[in-house]
Design a protein around this ligand. Structure first.
Ligand code: BGC
Length: 940
C-alpha cells in the first residue's frame, strides 16, 4: 500500500538519499571525470503541461502551474536551470521572445508545478509558451516546441448569458434543442465557445459539433459546482450568416445515478444551457454572443428520452435537418425559459470523457430463442456505446440492448432456448437500451448522444435483414487520461489479468471514479477509488482526474460541521432525513480516501499541491474520526461495512477501524511534514503511535494472534505498517496458516485483498505471494481470466464455477477494486518503486518468481520514462533499465558477491555512470543516474 514502509524499502530509501547527495555533490561523476558527461544531442525538454494537462483550454486560474520533463538518452543528466517564456502569439514565441513573461535563467532543478510568475495574465486568452533547460554541466539546451494554454473564464462575473432551456412536463423528458442565428461583420481571427449545462449537452456551430467531448459537463455535485468547457471554434465560424445550437440531455443532473434509490431529478427538474461565444476579428475588435431569451427552443425533436442508465430513444423521422445551420426555418420553435443557478461555474480540471477507440465485433449470431434477433459480440467488456449502421423502412424500430455477459447456459446447451442470448439480470433496474426509429433514407447511422453502457454484447431487435459486422461498432468512452504504464510477462494469464485491469480502469474513470459502468449505480464509491489508486497511477496520469477534479468533489462533499466524508463522491445525499441510505457518513476504508488518495498522488507524481489543497479537509476528517474514538479505539460513530465481499471470512469491524485510524494518521504525519507543517506532523505521528499501541493492546494476543482472525486481520496491519517489528513474523505466519487452511486460497474482501501479496512478499514470503497470484482455480485473480473475463469482476465468484451467476443482484463484471493487485505486479514483477515522491529517487528491483522467465514494465513518470525489462535463463539474468533525467535509481539484480555482473558488456563496477553499492539479501545493488543500462548476471 505504501511506497516506502517495507523493511527492504526503508533501507533502500536511506541508501538512495545518500546516493543522491553524493551524485549531486560531484555532478553525477561519482567515479571520476571520465564518467557521466555532456548532454547528448537528443537532450531537450518535452512533455509540457499546464495545470497537469496538455495544452488545456481552460486553466481556470491566472497563475497556472507549468511542468515539463527533460528528455535525454545520455547518462547522468539533470536540469540545473530553466528559462520559461510566455508569449501572446505563436509567432512571437517562435522568435524566441516572451512578450508576456520571460523568467530568465533560473538556477533550479524544479520541473514540476512551476507557478507562472509574470505580469498578470488575462482571462479568456490563449498564451503560448516554451522552455529551455541547462544541463548538469550548465550547457544550454534547445528550446522545446511551443505549447499553449487558454485561461478561460476565471471569475463568475465574466459570464454574461442566461441559463436557457424548456420547462419539462413531468414524465416526458425529450431533449430540448436551442438555436440562434447571427451575422458576423468581419473576418474571424479567433473564436472561443465557453459553455456548460445542468444536464449534459452538445454544441453545434454551422452544422459541426464543437469539440469531441462526450457527456459534458461531467458529474459534479451540481448544488455546489458545475464545470464548463472551452472550445476553440475559430474554424467553424465565417463572415456573414452563422448558426449556433445546443442539445440537452438528462445526464446526472435530472437523470438517474448512484443506486436509483429515489434519486431521479434530485438536482433539478429542467436541463438548461449556458453558452458564451467570444469572437475576435482580424481587425482587433471583438464581440461576445451569449445564451438568452432571444434564442429559439423546441423539444419536438428526434430525442424523446435520455438516461445514463436506461439509454436513449431516437426517432430519425423527427430529425430537425439543418437546425444548426443558418437559414433554417425555426418559426415553429418557441422562446426558451430562463433559469438561475447559484453554484460555482468552474473550469473543468480534468481531461474530458471522449471516445478513445472503436471496436469491431468479433462475432454475431441469431438468437436461439428469438428469430430475427441478433447478438453482436464485441470481444471486450467496456464502457461506451455503439454506432448502428442500417438500411430500412421509415418507422422501423431497432432496439439495442447491452449486456456484459451471455446467459449462464451459453456454451453448455447451445441447442437450448435462449442459450446464446444476452443476460441482463445483473443490470438491476438499468434498461441499457437504445431505441432507434428509422427515417427510411438509404444507409442510416445512429450514435446515441446522451447515455453510456457497460457491455460486451449488443442484442439488436428489429433489423429487417441479416446484419453484417459493420452493423454495429463499439465506441469506447472514458475520461481521456494519458496512458503512462505498460506491463507484460512471460505468463499469458497474467498478461490478460493486466489487460482486464486496464480495461476496468478505462471503464470506470468516467468523469468520477465509479464502481461499475453497467448497473443502476455508477457512483464515485470512495473505497474503490482509494484501493485502486496505487495501480491507477502506474497505468495513467491520474493527477488531473483524481487530484484536481475528484478531490475538489471530495471537498464539496465533506460535512462542513463534522469533517466527515461520505461513501460516495459526489454525494447523492441531497435530501437529508428522507432516505435511509444517507443517514450515515463514510465507512472505514471508504471515507479514508480523503487521506489516501492525496497521499498516493503525492507519492506518484511528486507534487505537494495535492497536500496543501486538501490539507484542511484531511485534518478535519481525522478530527471526525478522533471524535468517534475512546482511548484511541474508534467507536460506533465511525462506521464500518467491514471487509466488503469477503468469502465467509469476516474481520472484526472495530479492528478494521483502528487499523485505518493508525494508518491514515501516519500518512497525514508524512504529508504534514512534506508541506512544512512540523507541529501537525508531530501531533499526527504521536496520534498514530498511540493508536498503534492501542491496537497492539486490544487486538494482538500474547501468542501473536490478532483479533478474531481472518486473512485480512493479518494482511491489513502488515501491509499498512502498523504492527511492531516484533509482531510481524508471527502475523505473517498466521496469515500463511490461514491461507493453508483455506486450501491455499484467499478469502479476503475489498479492504484485505490489496494487502495480501505485500504482506507476504515484504515479510520473507515472495514465493507464497506468487503462488497466490498465479492460482487459477476459484477463488483467485486468475480464475476469471481462465473463464474468459476481459475486465475485473466485482466478486471473486461473479460467475460461479458451474457457470451460473450470483443470484444476488449485485454482480458486476467490471469493477476495478480487485485490480488493486496491479500495484504489486508493477512494484515486484517489473520491480519499479518510488523511493521518494514522484520517483525522483527510485529503485528498480525485479523480484522474479512463480516460474516467470521474463517481464517488462514501463512507466512514463513525471520525470520521464522508467523502464525495467528482465529475462532469466538457467545460468543468467539480464536486466535492461531506463532511468529518466533528474532522477537517480538504485538498480538491484539477483546475485551474490560471487556472481559476475556486467553492464553493457563490461564489469558493472567499471561501467560509465554505474556505482556498485553492495550485496544485500541476495541482490547486487548499483546506483545510477539517468540513461539506459543493460545488466547481466552470470552465476559463477
Ligand atoms: C459498490 C461498491 C461499493 C459498495 C459499498 C457497492 O454497491 O458497487 O463497489 O464500494 O457498494 O459497500
Amino acid at each position: 500500500m505504501k511506497e516506502k514502509k517495507t523493511f527492504r524499502g526503508l533501507k533502500l530509501y536511506k541508501v538512495s538519499m545518500v546516493v543522491l547527495a553524493v551524485l549531486l555533490a560531484v555532478g553525477f561523476t561519482a567515479c571520476g571525470d571520465d564518467k557521466g558527461g555532456a548532454s547528448s544531442d537528443t537532450t531537450v525538454a518535452t512533455g509540457l503541461t499546464v495545470e497537469h494537462r496538455v495544452n488545456p483550454m481552460s486553466t481556470g486560474t491566472l497563475t497556472p502551474r507549468l511542468s515539463w520533463k527533460m528528455k535525454s538518452e545520455g547518462r547522468g543528466q539533470y536540469q540545473s536551470a530553466y528559462r520559461v517564456i510566455v508569449a501572446s502569439s505563436e509567432y512571437i514565441l517562435s522568435g524566441g521572445a516572451g512578450d508576456v513573461w520571460d523568467s530568465g535563467k533560473i538556477p533550479s532543478v524544479q520541473s514540476l508545478d512551476v507557478k507562472y510568475a509574470g505580469p498578470a495574465l488575462e482571462p479568456q486568452k490563449t498564451y503560448y509558451w516554451k522552455v529551455k533547460l541547462w544541463d548538469q554541466n550548465d550547457m544550454e539546451l534547445d528550446w522545446t516546441d511551443a505549447a499553449y494554454f487558454h485561461t478561460g473564464i476565471v471569475d463568475q462575473s465574466e459570464w454574461q448569458g442566461q441559463w436557457i432551456g424548456l420547462v419539462q412536463v413531468p414524465d416526458v423528458y425529450p431533449s430540448p434543442y436551442l438555436r440562434k442565428e447571427f451575422s458576423l461583420s468581419g473576418e474571424v481571427s479567433r473564436a472561443y465557445l465557453y459553455c456548460t449545462a445542468l444536464g449534459v449537452y452538445e454544441m453545434y456551430i454551422n452544422g459541426e459539433k464543437a469539440g469531441k467531448d462526450e457527456m459534458a459537463p461531467g458529474f459534479t455535485d451540481y448544488n455546489k459546482r458545475v464545470q464548463y468547457q472551452t472550445y476553440d471554434v475559430t474554424s467553424l465560424l465565417k463572415k456573414g450568416d452563422n448558426a449556433i445550437g445546443g442539445i440537452l440531455g438528462a445526464g446526472w443532473y435530472t437523470g438517474e445515478h448512484a443506486m436509483n434509490l429515489g434519486h431521479l431529478r434530485v438536482y433539478g427538474d429542467n436541463p438548461c444551457l449556458l453558452a458564451q461565444l467570444k469572437i475576435e476579428y482580424k481587425d482587433g475588435t471583438s464581440e461576445t454572443m451569449v445564451t438568452d431569451s432571444t434564442w429559439k427552443a423546441t423539444a419536438d425533436g428526434p430525442i424523446s428520452s435520455t438516461s445514463n442508465f436506461d439509454g436513449e430513444t431516437y426517432d430519425a423521422r423527427k430529425e430537425l435537418t439543418g437546425w444548426d445551420k443558418p437559414g433554417y426555418d425555426d418559426s415553429a420553435w418557441g422562446t426558451p425559459s430562463t433559469f438561475s443557478y447559484s453554484g460555482a461555474i468552474a473550469a473543468q480540471k480534468d481531461q474530458p470523457v471522449q471516445v478513445i477507440k472503436e471496436i469491431e465485433p468479433v462475432d454475431f449470431w441469431e438468437s436461439g430463442s428469438k428469430p430475427g434477433v441478433y447478438i453482436f459480440d464485441l470481444g471486450q467488456n467496456f464502457a461506451g456505446k455503439v454506432r448502428l449502421k442500417i438500411k430500412g423502412e421509415a418507422g422501423q424500430t431497432v432496439t439495442l440492448r447491452h449486456a456484459e455477459v451471455l446467459q449462464p447456459s451459453y456454451g453448455k446447451d447451445p441447442a437450448g432456448a435462449a442459450a446464446n442470448d444476452i443476460y441482463v439480470g445483473n443490470l438491476r433496474t438499468a434498461d441499457a437500451t437504445d431505441i432507434y426509429t428509422l427515417k427510411g433514407e438509404g444507409t442510416e447511422v445512429y450514435v446515441p448522444r446522451f447515455t453510456y453502457h457497460g457491455f460486451r454484447y449488443v442484442e439488436a431487435t428489429g433489423l429487417s435483414s441479416s446484419p453484417s459486422k459493420d452493423t454495429i461498432t463499439g465506441l469506447v468512452m472514458t475520461t481521456n487520461t494519458p496512458v503512462t504504464g505498460t506491463f507484460t510477462t512471460s505468463n499469458e494469464l497474467v498478461n490478460q489479468l493486466q489487460s482486464n485491469i486496464e480495461w476496468s480502469l478505462r471503464s470506470n474513470f468516467f468523469s468520477v471514479p465509479t464502481d461499475c459502468p453497467q448497473r443502476d449505480e455508477r457512483a464515485g464509491w470512495t473505497a474503490d477509488a482509494q484501493l485502486f489508486s496505487p495501480t491507477a497511477t502506474y497505468l495513467v496520469d491520474a493527477y488531473a482526474f483524481l487530484g484536481d477534479k475528484w478531490m475538489q468533489d471530495m471537498r464539496d462533499a465533506q460535512n462542513s460541521e463534522t469533517g466527515e466524508i461520505p461513501n460516495i463522491v459526489p454525494d447523492t445525499n441531497l435530501t437529508p432525513g428522507t432516505n435511509e441510505w444517507n443517514v450515515k457518513w463514510g465507512r472505514v476504508g471508504w471515507a479514508d480516501a480523503v487521506i489516501i488518495v492525496p497521499y498516493v498522488l503525492w507519492q506518484r507524481y511528486g507534487q505537494t499541491d495535492v497536500i496543501t489543497e486538501n490539507y484542511q479537509a484531511m485534518m478535519d476528517y481525522i478530527d471526525s474520526v478522533s471524535a468517534a474514538a475512546v482511548d484511541y479505539i474508534p467507536g460506533d460513530n465511525y462506521y464500518a461495512w467491514g471487509d466488503h465481499l469477503n468469502l465467509d471470512d469476516e474481520t472484526d469491524k472495530t479492528m478494521l477501524k483502528t487499523t485505518y485510524y493508525a494508518y491514515v494518521t501516519g500518512l497525514m504525519s508524512e504529508m504534514a511534514a512534506a508541506v512544512g507543517e512540523e507541529a501537525d506532523s508531530q501531533t499526527m505521528s504521536e496520534l498514530s503511535a498511540a493508536v498503534k499501541n492501542a491496537f497492539g493492546q486490544h487486538y494482538v494476543a500474547p501468542d501473536g494472534t490478532i483479533s478474531t482472525g481472518s486473512q485480512t486481520a493479518y494482511a491489513l496491519p502488515l501491509a499498512t505498517g502498523i504492527l511492531d517489528e516484533s509482531r510481524r513474523q508471527s502475523a505473517v505466519l498466521n496469515l500463511k496458516f490461514r491461507l493453508a487452511n483455506n486450501g491455499g486460497h484467499l478469502s479476503t474482501g475489498f479492504l484485505g485483498t490489496p494487502c495480501l501479496l505485500p504482506a507476504l512478499s515484504d515479510n520473507g514470503y515472495l514465493e507464497e505471494a506468487y503462488d497466490l497470484l498465479l492460482l487459477e482455480d476459484y477463488p483467485s485473480w486468475l480464475y476469471p481470466v481462465t473463464v474468459g473475463a476481459t475486465t475485473m469482476w466485482e466478486r471473486w465468484d461473479s460467475r460461479k464455477e458451474d457457470g451460473s451467476y450470483q443470484t444476488t443482484d449485485m454482480t458486476s463484471f467490471n469493477h476495478y477494486a480487485y485490480g488493486a493487485v496491479g500495484d504489486w505486479m508493477y512494484r515486484n514483477i517489473a520491480g519499479i518503486r518510488a523511493d521518494s515522491p514522484g520517483f525522483r529517487e527510485l529503485t528498480i528491483m525485479p523480484r522474479p518468481g512463480g516460474g516467470l522467465t521474463s517481464a517488462k514494465g514501463t512507466l512514463e513518470s513525471v520525470y520521464g520514462l522508467i523502464s525495467s525489462e528482465w529475462a532469466e535463463t538457467a545460468s543468467s539474468f539480464t536486466l535492461s533499465v531506463t532511468v529518466p533525467p533528474n532522477t537517480t535509481a538504485t538498480v538491484c539484480v539477483p546475485g551474490d558477491g560471487n556472481d559476475s555482473v556486467t553492464e553493457g558488456g563490461v564489469p558493472a563496477a567499471d561501467s560509465e555512470g554505474v556505482t556498485e553499492l553492495d550485496a544485500v539479501d541476495g541482490y547486487r545493488r548499483f546506483s545510477v543516474g539517468s540513461g539506459s543500462y543493460s545488466f547481466t548476471v552470470v552465476s559463477q
